[in-house]
Design a protein around this ligand. Structure first.
Ligand code: SF4
Length: 357
């Protein structure tokens, strides 16, 4: 069900929100000052980093990338390995590889300038419907509608859409697009994002201070906080495996690079067995260690959650005398492990091994 807003009220919504934005906009490192046009490189970089990650987490990564690679051409000229190392900890590593690929295409095929239209932006690696709309709106002031979770929540409440997610997505998109103004569309998009992040929050929306309070159908019906409605969640499966923490006599740890496609593709890893759902906790096999050694099991377990599954890893540890480049890996100094570009789950394994080894 959708509660239609009166046309006259709906017409006033963008203006009321823009007035609110002018007084309450968040200060974010990638945002242009009021009245200034945003730098497309900064907008693109921040939007890629912000996918599935919070503003607080992204801040330091964003600053570091800009220091190392101030322009898209600088990023294009960087080595992919260096980009992956700096990205480590942000998760979803395919994004980092696409980020680099996209920088190369912009630098080599577009003279270092991002295309200005949503269609042109969508042709670039790693830029989907949402990101193209976000860059189009924020960097080029196009009347595009970047519909993310914030947008969906605000639209579901404003129009009292009770249909559950994800089925309600197309309707929420349509409602969001209908409201997008031709005047200051970039500021309007950021205003909806800010409203969702600071006022129309998932829990306890602050309707008392909301510029849309008077017309909001969800608030009027007293159902705002319960929207958007969710379909019951499917339980995530648990996969299990065994990780191998191996040190040599110089206190270097044995690491391998994962295959370039698939989960954590191209990232460095502490070797492990395949992660499988059909392994039985407490009885799952040791698997094939990457090096012959006297392996011993460390107490406890490493747990990590990916988007689609939980992971439980038993950790085996060994110390060996020789230090050749066996099994396609490298020896990396423990003292410098922070610079190895390990993804979060591997950092957890290292911490566990250092604590219990
Ligand atoms: Fe969200 Fe409340 Fe504003 Fe409606 S009135 S948009 S529920 S904060």
């Amino acid at each position: 069900m959708v509660t239609p807003l009166k046309t006259a009220s709906a017409r006033r919504l963008p203006g009321a929100l823009l007035d609110w934005y002018d007084r309450n906009r968040r200060h974010l490192p990638w945002r242009a000052a009021p009245g200034e046009r945003a730098d497309p490189y900064r907008v693109w970089l921040s939007e890629i980093m912000l996918q599935q990650t919070t503003v607080v987490t992204v801040g330091p990564y964003f600053e570091r990338f800009l220091t190392l690679w101030p322009t898209v051409t600088d990023l294009a000229e960087a080595r992919l390995e260096d980009v992956l190392v700096e990205w480590a900890g942000l998760g979803y590593y395919a994004r980092a590889r696409n980020l680099h690929k996209c920088a190369v295409v912009v630098a080599e095929s577009h003279g270092g300038r991002f295309p200005e239209t949503e269609a042109g932006l969508r042709e670039l690696p790693g830029i989907g419907v949402y990101t193209a709309a976000a860059i189009g709106a924020i960097a080029f002031d196009q009347p595009a509608t970047p519909v993310d979770g914030n947008f969906e929540r605000v639209m579901a409440r404003l129009h009292a859409v009770e249909a559950p997610m994800p089925g309600a997505k197309p309707l929420l998109r349509e409602l969001a697009e209908r409201l997008t103004p031709n005047h200051r569309p970039g500021d309007y998009a950021q205003a909806v994002m800010d409203l969702g992040a600071t006022v129309c929050t998932p829990r306890k929306p602050k309707c008392m201070i909301c510029p849309w309070s008077e017309v909001c159908a969800g608030r009027i019906a007293g159902i705002a906080e319960s929207l958007p409605a969710k379909s019951p969640k499917k339980a995530k499966p648990t996969r299990r495996g065994t990780a191998f923490w191996c040190l040599n006599k110089d206190n270097d740890v044995f690491l391998r690079r994962r295959p370039s496609s698939g989960l954590l593709g191209g990232m460095m890893e502490i070797p492990s067995t395949e992660w499988r759902e059909d392994a039985d906790l407490g009885a799952f096999e040791t698997g094939d260690p990457p090096l012959p050694a006297r392996w011993r099991e460390l107490p406890g377990m490493v747990r990590h959650t990916f988007t689609h599954f939980h992971l439980e890893l038993r950790v085996m540890a060994a110390r060996i005398e020789k230090d050749g480049a066996e099994a396609g890996g490298v020896w990396h100094p423990i003292a410098n492990l922070g610079r190895a570009g390990l993804p979060t789950v591997m950092t957890k394994i290292a911490r566990h091994a250092l604590k219990h080894g």
